[in-house]
Design a protein around this ligand. Structure first.
Ligand SMILES: [Zn+2]
Length: 314
């Protein structure tokens, strides 16, 4: 399997919105899109997306009137892009309501993006721009003040910049890359159990990249830190936006140069070499100790299953 086929099966990779990056700095153009009666809005609280549950299937898009009714601020609306083929402007905004207050509105409810993805209630394309919205709105909520001078910042460029009028500093939305790696040796895969995950889940090792580091160096450092396994050759297979809140998962395969595991207790509860039979039991939920793989929305699942099915080589 090629990297692109693997990528197409993951959640959050199907965003086809035209971000109109050369137009969104034009305030007049943004105002025209906001005034378009067909414009639609992704609305969110700090923890949940707002769903319109008045119809047969939940809908993730709302009208401008609904956005203002729920307390979205006119100056804090971000432009996500144009949806084809009908050229619908799609925006995103954080609303003023608390999660519990949402339930007092008929036909509205809140749901976390992770649950929405796992439940598979929205299309691959919608999940793609919900990822964009989740990451972007989180950044706006957490960057209200200038990190250079402490004064308030203001949304600019359709939401892709915040500006401080006090010291004229521009701030840009961040994406934090993480490496996630399938480490192989003698036809066995190195899988670990981070304590933060559900009981029984075994998955690929992963960690944040550090400044001044290549992807390959990050794979070797993180694997050594978490398991004491030395890694040689590393190859990038696929990548996935992971909007919790704003990561990019860079999926790699790496060749282990050692096999004696010593786990870092702060990171992992357990870590082991798994042969294909054991990984298949995890996939099919027949593992004697109840171990299982992460859900299919994640790149980890696909890294593991692609190797299991013989599609990934070192
Ligand atoms: Zn400033």
């Amino acid at each position: 399997m090629t990297a692109s086929t693997l990528a197409a099966e993951m959640s959050f990779v199907g965003n086809t919105l035209d971000r109109c990056a050369t137009k969104r700095n034009d305030l007049v153009w943004i105002e025209e899109q906001l005034a378009d009666p067909n414009a639609r809005f992704v609305l969110a609280t700090p923890k949940q997306l707002v769903l319109d549950t008045s119809g047969e299937t939940p809908r993730i898009l709302h009208s401008l009137e609904r956005a203002y009714e729920l307390g979205a601020s006119k100056t804090e609306i971000a432009f996500l892009g144009m949806r084809s083929p009908e050229q619908t402007p799609i925006f995103a905004a954080t609303i003023a309501l608390r999660d519990e207050d949402l339930e007092t509105f008929d036909g509205l409810s809140g749901q976390g993006l992770r649950t929405l993805a796992i439940d598979n209630n929205v299309s691959a394309e919608e999940l793609g721009y919900l990822a964009q919205a989740n990451a972007l709105l989180h950044w706006h909520r957490s960057h209200k003040f200038c990190s250079a001078c402490g004064q308030p910042t203001y949304l600019a460029e359709g939401g892709y910049r915040r500006h401080c009028h006090s010291c004229e500093t521009d701030h840009f939305p961040r994406t934090d890359p993480c490496v996630i790696m399938l480490i192989l040796k003698d036809d066995k895969a190195l899988l670990g159990r981070p304590a933060r995950l559900a009981e029984g889940v075994y998955t690929t090792l992963a960690g944040f990249m550090e400044p001044g580091e290549t992807i390959e160096q990050a794979v070797r450092r993180e694997t050594l830190e978490e398991s004491n396994i030395k890694v040689g050759q590393v190859r990038i297979l696929a990548n996935q936006p992971w909007p919790f809140p704003a990561n990019l998962m860079v999926g790699c395969v790496g060749e282990a140069l050692s096999d004696q595991i010593a786990i870092e207790q702060d990171e992992l509860e357990a870590c082991k070499w798994c042969d294909r039979d054991e990984v298949r039991q995890m996939l099919e939920r027949t593992h004697p100790e109840g171990h299982f793989l992460p859900p299919a929305i994640s790149i980890a699942h696909h890294l593991i299953v692609d190797w299991l099915e013989g599609r990934t080589k070192l």
